[in-house]
Design a protein. Structure first.
Length: 262
């Protein structure tokens, strides 16, 4: 969550909670303010998920070499896949952050008209490097999807085994709902600090020399709690579409497999 969180950062609004942030943003910008950055998110999120499932299944076939350690095989496949997806979509996430963090009281600040305008501005002022700010924490953060997939697949395997079914057999939608919820919440808690670092590095109002500088300044001023600011809001935002994505994916995969056998 936003706040005066680092030395020299007198620009970022201070919020005491998720509800406080919602109220203040709505008060100053109306409903429109609550949807800043939605365009790059709408582009990047479906692209990320669509490519993730495609690349993950292909890469998993190469990394699945150790039947004794399926969790680590899934983790490796997820990490490699995440790195590929991040390389393709990081420019959109930079623009999302920049568009969200536009402060009206800075009269001299460039107000982005939209995604295209933001992309042009970043390219003009920072070049290619600007599109990959926060990339290193993002690479670390690819473990989010990797951990989520690994936990999710492990829970599916346990469930299939307990029911006496073959591995990766079709389960009930309720099972997928439960497993996707558990895996998403677990992965978010484990890896959320990277999201804080990534967002702060992408924020053009505060300058850091790098990931280590951002980490040390956040830890010094806010302590460990600083790395979990906004965790509740992120979970509320990400959990519904994550669960829906998994359920739709499993049901679609099941019907496609049935059609291919007929």
């Amino acid at each position: 969550m936003g706040g005066r969180t680092n030395e020299g950062n007198q620009l970022r609004p201070k919020y005491s909670s998720y509800l406080d942030a919602t109220r203040k943003i709505y008060s100053s910008n109306g409903v429109k303010g609550l949807y800043r950055g939605i365009t790059p998110a709408v582009v990047a999120a479906p692209l990320s998920w669509g490519l993730y499932f495609h690349f993950y299944n292909r890469i998993r076939s190469f990394t699945n070499t150790s039947p004794k350690y399926p969790f680590f095989d899934n983790l490796l496949a997820g990490s490699i896949t995440g790195g590929i997806i991040l390389s393709l979509t990081n420019p959109f996430w930079v623009c999302k952050t920049r568009m969200c963090l536009q402060y009206e009281h800075l009269v001299n600040e460039k107000q982005f008209s939209g995604l295209v305008g933001c992309l042009k501005n970043v390219w003009k002022t920072e070049g290619l490097r600007g599109f990959y700010k926060g990339y290193i924490p993002g690479l670390i953060g690819t473990t989010n999807g990797a951990v989520q997939f690994a936990i999710y697949n492990r829970l599916k395997d346990y469930r299939c085994h307990s029911l006496g079914l073959a591995q990766d057999s079709q389960l009930k939608p309720l099972d997928y709902l439960l497993f996707s919820t558990i895996s998403k919440c677990s992965s978010t808690i484990i890896t959320f600090p990277y999201q804080v670092l990534r967002t702060r590095l992408q924020d053009h109002h505060v300058k850091y020399t790098g990931t280590i500088d951002c980490f040390s300044r956040t830890l010094k001023v806010e302590g460990v709690f600083g790395f979990y600011k906004g965790c509740l809001a992120a979970t509320i935002k990400q959990l519904p579409y994550s669960v829906i994505t998994y359920i739709v994916y499993e049901q679609t995969r099941y019907y496609i497999e049935r059609l291919s056998k007929t």
